[in-house]
Ligand binder design. Structure first.
Ligand code: PLP
Length: 385
Protein backbone atom coordinates (compact mmCIF):
# COMPACT_ATOMS: atom_id res chain seq x y z
CA UNK A 1 0.00 0.00 0.00
CA UNK A 2 1.38 3.43 -0.96
CA UNK A 3 2.49 5.56 1.99
CA UNK A 4 1.14 8.96 1.05
CA UNK A 5 -2.62 9.14 1.21
CA UNK A 6 -4.80 11.39 -0.95
CA UNK A 7 -8.42 11.69 0.11
CA UNK A 8 -10.42 12.62 -2.97
CA UNK A 9 -13.92 11.53 -2.11
CA UNK A 10 -16.91 13.85 -1.77
CA UNK A 11 -16.79 13.29 2.00
CA UNK A 12 -15.10 12.93 4.26
CA UNK A 13 -12.68 15.41 2.73
CA UNK A 14 -9.14 16.51 3.57
CA UNK A 15 -8.78 18.72 6.62
CA UNK A 16 -6.45 21.77 6.64
CA UNK A 17 -3.51 21.61 9.10
CA UNK A 18 -4.84 24.53 11.15
CA UNK A 19 -8.05 22.58 11.72
CA UNK A 20 -6.13 19.42 12.63
CA UNK A 21 -4.07 21.47 15.10
CA UNK A 22 -7.26 22.59 16.86
CA UNK A 23 -8.16 18.92 17.28
CA UNK A 24 -4.85 18.27 19.02
CA UNK A 25 -5.54 20.82 21.77
CA UNK A 26 -6.45 19.60 25.27
CA UNK A 27 -10.11 18.89 25.83
CA UNK A 28 -11.91 21.64 27.72
CA UNK A 29 -15.16 21.46 29.64
CA UNK A 30 -18.20 22.33 27.59
CA UNK A 31 -19.72 24.54 30.31
CA UNK A 32 -16.49 26.48 30.88
CA UNK A 33 -16.19 30.14 29.94
CA UNK A 34 -13.36 29.43 27.47
CA UNK A 35 -15.47 26.95 25.51
CA UNK A 36 -18.53 29.21 25.50
CA UNK A 37 -16.60 31.88 23.62
CA UNK A 38 -15.77 29.40 20.86
CA UNK A 39 -19.26 27.94 20.84
CA UNK A 40 -20.91 31.35 20.52
CA UNK A 41 -18.53 32.34 17.73
CA UNK A 42 -19.19 29.08 15.90
CA UNK A 43 -22.97 29.57 16.08
CA UNK A 44 -22.53 33.04 14.58
CA UNK A 45 -20.28 31.67 11.86
CA UNK A 46 -22.78 28.92 11.08
CA UNK A 47 -25.48 31.54 10.54
CA UNK A 48 -23.10 33.33 8.22
CA UNK A 49 -22.23 30.24 6.17
CA UNK A 50 -25.93 29.30 5.96
CA UNK A 51 -26.78 32.90 5.02
CA UNK A 52 -29.49 33.12 7.64
CA UNK A 53 -30.48 35.46 10.45
CA UNK A 54 -32.42 32.65 12.07
CA UNK A 55 -31.18 29.79 14.25
CA UNK A 56 -28.64 27.20 13.20
CA UNK A 57 -28.81 24.24 15.56
CA UNK A 58 -25.72 22.13 16.10
CA UNK A 59 -25.70 18.39 16.77
CA UNK A 60 -23.00 15.88 17.52
CA UNK A 61 -24.01 13.50 14.75
CA UNK A 62 -23.42 12.73 11.11
CA UNK A 63 -25.48 14.50 8.45
CA UNK A 64 -28.14 11.79 8.58
CA UNK A 65 -28.70 12.60 12.27
CA UNK A 66 -29.33 16.23 11.39
CA UNK A 67 -31.79 15.11 8.75
CA UNK A 68 -33.58 12.84 11.20
CA UNK A 69 -33.90 15.84 13.51
CA UNK A 70 -35.68 17.66 10.69
CA UNK A 71 -38.14 14.82 10.12
CA UNK A 72 -39.07 14.41 13.80
CA UNK A 73 -39.41 18.14 14.44
CA UNK A 74 -41.26 19.06 11.25
CA UNK A 75 -43.66 16.15 10.80
CA UNK A 76 -46.54 14.37 12.47
CA UNK A 77 -47.58 10.74 12.00
CA UNK A 78 -49.69 10.16 8.90
CA UNK A 79 -48.92 13.59 7.48
CA UNK A 80 -48.45 13.73 3.73
CA UNK A 81 -44.95 14.78 2.67
CA UNK A 82 -43.12 14.68 -0.66
CA UNK A 83 -39.59 13.52 -1.28
CA UNK A 84 -37.84 14.73 -4.43
CA UNK A 85 -35.63 11.79 -5.20
CA UNK A 86 -33.01 11.43 -7.94
CA UNK A 87 -30.31 9.39 -6.26
CA UNK A 88 -29.14 7.67 -3.11
CA UNK A 89 -29.78 10.53 -0.69
CA UNK A 90 -33.22 11.46 -2.03
CA UNK A 91 -34.15 7.80 -1.58
CA UNK A 92 -32.75 7.83 1.95
CA UNK A 93 -35.10 10.64 2.98
CA UNK A 94 -38.04 8.73 1.51
CA UNK A 95 -37.10 5.71 3.64
CA UNK A 96 -36.53 7.84 6.72
CA UNK A 97 -39.84 9.71 6.61
CA UNK A 98 -41.59 6.38 5.91
CA UNK A 99 -39.91 4.90 8.99
CA UNK A 100 -41.41 7.70 11.09
CA UNK A 101 -44.91 6.99 9.84
CA UNK A 102 -45.35 9.85 7.38
CA UNK A 103 -47.45 9.36 4.27
CA UNK A 104 -44.49 9.74 1.91
CA UNK A 105 -45.14 10.52 -1.74
CA UNK A 106 -42.33 10.87 -4.23
CA UNK A 107 -41.29 12.92 -7.20
CA UNK A 108 -38.94 10.26 -8.41
CA UNK A 109 -36.32 10.55 -11.12
CA UNK A 110 -33.73 8.14 -12.43
CA UNK A 111 -30.35 8.53 -10.76
CA UNK A 112 -28.47 11.29 -12.55
CA UNK A 113 -31.49 13.30 -13.64
CA UNK A 114 -31.92 16.89 -12.47
CA UNK A 115 -35.18 17.64 -10.62
CA UNK A 116 -37.26 20.41 -12.18
CA UNK A 117 -39.50 23.00 -10.54
CA UNK A 118 -42.20 22.43 -13.17
CA UNK A 119 -42.33 18.72 -12.37
CA UNK A 120 -42.55 19.54 -8.68
CA UNK A 121 -45.34 22.04 -9.28
CA UNK A 122 -47.30 19.45 -11.27
CA UNK A 123 -46.75 16.69 -8.71
CA UNK A 124 -47.84 18.92 -5.82
CA UNK A 125 -50.95 19.99 -7.70
CA UNK A 126 -51.78 16.32 -8.32
CA UNK A 127 -51.25 15.33 -4.67
CA UNK A 128 -53.03 18.23 -3.00
CA UNK A 129 -52.29 18.41 0.71
CA UNK A 130 -48.50 18.05 1.02
CA UNK A 131 -47.11 19.81 4.10
CA UNK A 132 -43.38 19.34 3.56
CA UNK A 133 -41.10 18.79 0.59
CA UNK A 134 -37.74 17.10 1.19
CA UNK A 135 -35.10 17.83 -1.42
CA UNK A 136 -31.37 17.38 -1.98
CA UNK A 137 -29.26 20.29 -3.17
CA UNK A 138 -26.21 18.27 -4.14
CA UNK A 139 -27.01 14.62 -4.86
CA UNK A 140 -23.56 13.26 -4.05
CA UNK A 141 -24.32 9.87 -5.57
CA UNK A 142 -24.69 11.38 -9.07
CA UNK A 143 -22.95 14.78 -9.06
CA UNK A 144 -26.18 16.65 -9.82
CA UNK A 145 -26.68 19.99 -8.08
CA UNK A 146 -30.36 20.95 -8.16
CA UNK A 147 -31.79 24.45 -8.38
CA UNK A 148 -33.23 24.47 -4.87
CA UNK A 149 -34.24 28.10 -5.17
CA UNK A 150 -36.67 27.24 -7.99
CA UNK A 151 -37.79 24.01 -6.29
CA UNK A 152 -38.46 25.84 -3.01
CA UNK A 153 -40.51 28.49 -4.84
CA UNK A 154 -42.66 25.75 -6.41
CA UNK A 155 -43.17 24.11 -3.00
CA UNK A 156 -44.15 27.40 -1.37
CA UNK A 157 -46.70 28.13 -4.12
CA UNK A 158 -48.42 24.92 -3.01
CA UNK A 159 -48.24 25.93 0.66
CA UNK A 160 -45.57 23.38 1.63
CA UNK A 161 -42.40 23.99 3.63
CA UNK A 162 -39.05 22.75 2.31
CA UNK A 163 -36.30 20.78 4.00
CA UNK A 164 -33.05 20.87 2.06
CA UNK A 165 -30.20 18.39 2.29
CA UNK A 166 -27.14 20.59 1.83
CA UNK A 167 -24.73 18.05 3.31
CA UNK A 168 -22.31 18.08 0.39
CA UNK A 169 -23.12 21.55 -0.94
CA UNK A 170 -22.95 24.00 1.96
CA UNK A 171 -19.76 26.02 1.58
CA UNK A 172 -19.12 24.75 -1.96
CA UNK A 173 -22.02 26.20 -3.94
CA UNK A 174 -24.39 29.05 -3.03
CA UNK A 175 -27.10 28.11 -0.55
CA UNK A 176 -29.06 31.24 0.35
CA UNK A 177 -31.22 30.03 3.20
CA UNK A 178 -33.09 33.29 3.88
CA UNK A 179 -33.06 34.85 0.41
CA UNK A 180 -34.35 31.67 -1.22
CA UNK A 181 -36.86 30.98 1.56
CA UNK A 182 -35.41 27.59 2.50
CA UNK A 183 -37.30 26.59 5.62
CA UNK A 184 -34.78 24.05 6.89
CA UNK A 185 -31.23 23.44 5.66
CA UNK A 186 -29.28 20.46 6.95
CA UNK A 187 -25.54 19.95 6.55
CA UNK A 188 -22.53 18.19 8.05
CA UNK A 189 -18.99 19.06 9.06
CA UNK A 190 -17.10 16.59 6.89
CA UNK A 191 -17.50 17.92 3.37
CA UNK A 192 -17.05 21.49 2.09
CA UNK A 193 -16.74 22.68 5.69
CA UNK A 194 -13.28 21.06 5.89
CA UNK A 195 -13.71 19.41 9.30
CA UNK A 196 -13.75 15.72 10.28
CA UNK A 197 -17.08 13.90 10.42
CA UNK A 198 -19.13 14.22 13.59
CA UNK A 199 -21.09 17.47 13.58
CA UNK A 200 -24.29 18.24 11.77
CA UNK A 201 -26.37 21.37 11.65
CA UNK A 202 -29.89 22.45 10.86
CA UNK A 203 -30.81 26.02 9.92
CA UNK A 204 -34.40 26.60 11.02
CA UNK A 205 -36.52 29.47 9.65
CA UNK A 206 -39.35 31.22 11.54
CA UNK A 207 -41.91 29.34 9.39
CA UNK A 208 -40.29 26.06 10.36
CA UNK A 209 -40.36 27.04 14.06
CA UNK A 210 -44.11 27.59 13.80
CA UNK A 211 -44.44 24.06 12.43
CA UNK A 212 -42.24 22.59 15.18
CA UNK A 213 -44.60 23.89 17.84
CA UNK A 214 -47.47 21.86 16.32
CA UNK A 215 -45.68 18.70 15.14
CA UNK A 216 -46.29 15.45 16.95
CA UNK A 217 -43.46 13.00 16.34
CA UNK A 218 -41.59 12.01 19.51
CA UNK A 219 -38.06 13.37 20.02
CA UNK A 220 -35.62 13.93 22.81
CA UNK A 221 -31.99 14.24 21.71
CA UNK A 222 -33.21 15.76 18.46
CA UNK A 223 -35.70 18.12 20.08
CA UNK A 224 -35.03 21.43 18.35
CA UNK A 225 -36.77 23.47 21.07
CA UNK A 226 -34.52 21.96 23.73
CA UNK A 227 -31.42 22.58 21.61
CA UNK A 228 -32.50 26.16 20.85
CA UNK A 229 -33.21 26.94 24.51
CA UNK A 230 -29.62 26.01 25.35
CA UNK A 231 -28.08 27.70 22.31
CA UNK A 232 -29.97 30.93 23.08
CA UNK A 233 -27.87 31.01 26.27
CA UNK A 234 -24.70 30.21 24.29
CA UNK A 235 -24.82 26.76 25.83
CA UNK A 236 -25.40 23.26 24.50
CA UNK A 237 -28.21 20.95 25.55
CA UNK A 238 -25.89 17.95 25.81
CA UNK A 239 -22.13 17.37 25.78
CA UNK A 240 -21.00 18.39 22.31
CA UNK A 241 -17.93 16.98 20.57
CA UNK A 242 -15.82 19.82 21.98
CA UNK A 243 -12.80 19.11 19.78
CA UNK A 244 -14.90 19.16 16.64
CA UNK A 245 -16.62 22.37 17.72
CA UNK A 246 -13.22 24.05 18.00
CA UNK A 247 -12.11 22.53 14.70
CA UNK A 248 -15.22 23.66 12.82
CA UNK A 249 -14.79 27.16 14.23
CA UNK A 250 -11.24 27.28 12.82
CA UNK A 251 -12.37 25.82 9.49
CA UNK A 252 -15.11 28.42 9.07
CA UNK A 253 -12.60 31.12 9.94
CA UNK A 254 -10.45 29.85 7.04
CA UNK A 255 -13.45 29.75 4.74
CA UNK A 256 -14.34 33.37 5.54
CA UNK A 257 -10.72 34.40 5.10
CA UNK A 258 -10.95 33.12 1.54
CA UNK A 259 -14.45 34.60 1.24
CA UNK A 260 -17.58 32.60 0.52
CA UNK A 261 -17.94 33.99 -3.01
CA UNK A 262 -14.30 33.23 -3.75
CA UNK A 263 -14.78 29.69 -2.44
CA UNK A 264 -17.81 29.20 -4.70
CA UNK A 265 -15.79 30.46 -7.68
CA UNK A 266 -12.93 28.10 -6.82
CA UNK A 267 -15.34 25.17 -6.73
CA UNK A 268 -16.75 26.10 -10.14
CA UNK A 269 -13.22 26.15 -11.58
CA UNK A 270 -12.30 22.84 -9.93
CA UNK A 271 -15.43 21.25 -11.38
CA UNK A 272 -14.65 22.59 -14.83
CA UNK A 273 -11.07 21.35 -14.63
CA UNK A 274 -12.17 17.88 -13.56
CA UNK A 275 -14.79 17.58 -16.30
CA UNK A 276 -12.66 18.99 -19.08
CA UNK A 277 -9.66 16.86 -18.06
CA UNK A 278 -11.76 13.69 -17.98
CA UNK A 279 -13.33 14.46 -21.37
CA UNK A 280 -9.93 15.30 -22.88
CA UNK A 281 -8.65 11.80 -22.13
CA UNK A 282 -11.74 10.38 -23.78
CA UNK A 283 -13.88 9.58 -20.77
CA UNK A 284 -17.61 10.15 -20.70
CA UNK A 285 -19.17 12.17 -17.88
CA UNK A 286 -22.02 10.74 -15.84
CA UNK A 287 -22.66 13.97 -13.93
CA UNK A 288 -23.98 16.99 -15.84
CA UNK A 289 -21.46 19.03 -17.78
CA UNK A 290 -22.44 22.30 -16.15
CA UNK A 291 -20.87 24.78 -13.77
CA UNK A 292 -23.41 24.11 -11.05
CA UNK A 293 -22.05 20.56 -10.81
CA UNK A 294 -19.12 21.80 -8.70
CA UNK A 295 -19.18 19.25 -5.87
CA UNK A 296 -18.24 15.90 -7.36
CA UNK A 297 -17.49 14.78 -10.89
CA UNK A 298 -19.00 11.41 -11.73
CA UNK A 299 -17.46 9.61 -14.70
CA UNK A 300 -18.61 6.49 -16.55
CA UNK A 301 -16.22 3.56 -16.25
CA UNK A 302 -14.92 2.84 -19.76
CA UNK A 303 -15.91 -0.34 -21.64
CA UNK A 304 -14.11 -3.43 -20.49
CA UNK A 305 -12.85 -1.92 -17.20
CA UNK A 306 -13.91 -3.15 -13.78
CA UNK A 307 -14.93 0.04 -11.93
CA UNK A 308 -14.57 -1.45 -8.45
CA UNK A 309 -11.08 -2.71 -9.32
CA UNK A 310 -10.17 0.76 -10.61
CA UNK A 311 -11.05 2.39 -7.28
CA UNK A 312 -9.09 -0.31 -5.43
CA UNK A 313 -6.06 -0.03 -7.70
CA UNK A 314 -5.86 3.74 -7.26
CA UNK A 315 -5.87 3.25 -3.55
CA UNK A 316 -3.43 0.35 -3.38
CA UNK A 317 -0.98 1.68 -5.95
CA UNK A 318 -1.04 5.43 -5.32
CA UNK A 319 -2.80 5.94 -1.99
CA UNK A 320 -5.54 7.82 -3.82
CA UNK A 321 -9.04 7.32 -2.47
CA UNK A 322 -11.79 8.27 -4.89
CA UNK A 323 -15.39 7.10 -4.64
CA UNK A 324 -17.04 4.37 -6.64
CA UNK A 325 -20.70 4.34 -7.61
CA UNK A 326 -23.42 3.86 -5.02
CA UNK A 327 -26.40 1.53 -5.32
CA UNK A 328 -27.00 0.25 -8.86
CA UNK A 329 -24.17 2.47 -10.13
CA UNK A 330 -21.56 0.46 -8.20
CA UNK A 331 -18.81 -0.53 -10.63
CA UNK A 332 -20.34 1.60 -13.40
CA UNK A 333 -19.16 5.07 -12.42
CA UNK A 334 -16.37 6.54 -10.35
CA UNK A 335 -16.51 9.89 -8.56
CA UNK A 336 -13.81 12.46 -7.90
CA UNK A 337 -14.76 14.85 -5.10
CA UNK A 338 -13.53 18.44 -5.15
CA UNK A 339 -15.13 20.18 -2.20
CA UNK A 340 -13.52 21.92 0.73
CA UNK A 341 -9.75 21.89 1.09
CA UNK A 342 -9.05 21.22 -2.59
CA UNK A 343 -6.98 22.97 -5.19
CA UNK A 344 -6.21 22.37 -8.85
CA UNK A 345 -3.30 20.07 -8.07
CA UNK A 346 -5.62 17.70 -6.28
CA UNK A 347 -7.70 17.51 -9.45
CA UNK A 348 -4.68 17.00 -11.72
CA UNK A 349 -3.32 14.34 -9.37
CA UNK A 350 -6.58 12.42 -9.53
CA UNK A 351 -6.78 12.73 -13.32
CA UNK A 352 -3.15 11.67 -13.78
CA UNK A 353 -3.56 8.60 -11.61
CA UNK A 354 -6.81 7.56 -13.32
CA UNK A 355 -5.06 7.95 -16.67
CA UNK A 356 -2.11 5.81 -15.59
CA UNK A 357 -4.27 2.94 -14.40
CA UNK A 358 -6.67 3.06 -17.34
CA UNK A 359 -3.81 3.16 -19.84
CA UNK A 360 -2.08 0.23 -18.14
CA UNK A 361 -5.31 -1.70 -18.33
CA UNK A 362 -5.74 -1.07 -22.04
CA UNK A 363 -8.71 1.31 -21.90
CA UNK A 364 -9.37 3.35 -25.00
CA UNK A 365 -8.11 6.69 -23.69
CA UNK A 366 -5.65 9.30 -24.83
CA UNK A 367 -2.58 9.78 -22.66
CA UNK A 368 -0.92 13.06 -21.76
CA UNK A 369 -3.76 15.48 -22.40
CA UNK A 370 -6.02 15.44 -19.33
CA UNK A 371 -3.72 17.33 -16.96
CA UNK A 372 -2.82 19.92 -19.60
CA UNK A 373 -6.46 20.51 -20.37
CA UNK A 374 -7.42 20.75 -16.69
CA UNK A 375 -4.68 23.31 -16.06
CA UNK A 376 -5.70 25.32 -19.12
CA UNK A 377 -9.30 25.48 -17.97
CA UNK A 378 -8.28 26.32 -14.41
CA UNK A 379 -6.15 29.18 -15.65
CA UNK A 380 -9.16 30.45 -17.58
CA UNK A 381 -7.27 30.63 -20.85
CA UNK A 382 -9.30 28.02 -22.67
CA UNK A 383 -13.00 27.93 -23.47
CA UNK A 384 -15.05 25.30 -21.73
CA UNK A 385 -16.91 23.00 -24.10
N1 PLP B 1 -26.77 13.75 2.06
C1 PLP B 1 -25.79 13.88 1.18
C2 PLP B 1 -26.05 14.66 -0.07
C3 PLP B 1 -24.54 13.29 1.42
O1 PLP B 1 -23.54 13.42 0.52
C4 PLP B 1 -24.34 12.55 2.60
C5 PLP B 1 -23.07 11.88 2.89
O2 PLP B 1 -22.45 11.27 2.11
C6 PLP B 1 -25.41 12.44 3.48
C7 PLP B 1 -26.60 13.08 3.19
C8 PLP B 1 -25.32 11.64 4.71
O3 PLP B 1 -24.46 12.20 5.61
P1 PLP B 1 -23.75 11.34 6.73
O4 PLP B 1 -23.03 10.23 6.05
O5 PLP B 1 -22.85 12.36 7.37
O6 PLP B 1 -24.81 10.87 7.65
Amino acid sequence: VAEKQYLMTPGPTPVPPQVLAALAEPIVHHRGSDFRIVFARLLKRLREVCRTESDVLLFTASGTGGFESAVVNMCSPGERVLSVSAGNFGERWTKMATTFGCDVQELRYSWGETPSADDLRARLAELGDVTTVFMVQSETSTGVVADVQALAAAAHEAGALVVVDAVSSLGAVPCETDAWGLDVVVSGSQKALMTPPGLSLAAVSPAAWARVAASKLPRFYWDWQRVKAAQDKEDSAFTPAVGLVKALDVALGLLFEEGLEAAFARHVRLGRAAREGAKAMGLELFSPDEDRSAVVTAINVPEGIDGKALVKELRDRFGITIAGGQGHLAGKIFRIGHIGYFDIFDVTTALAAVELVLADWGADIERGVAVTRALEVWAGGAPVA
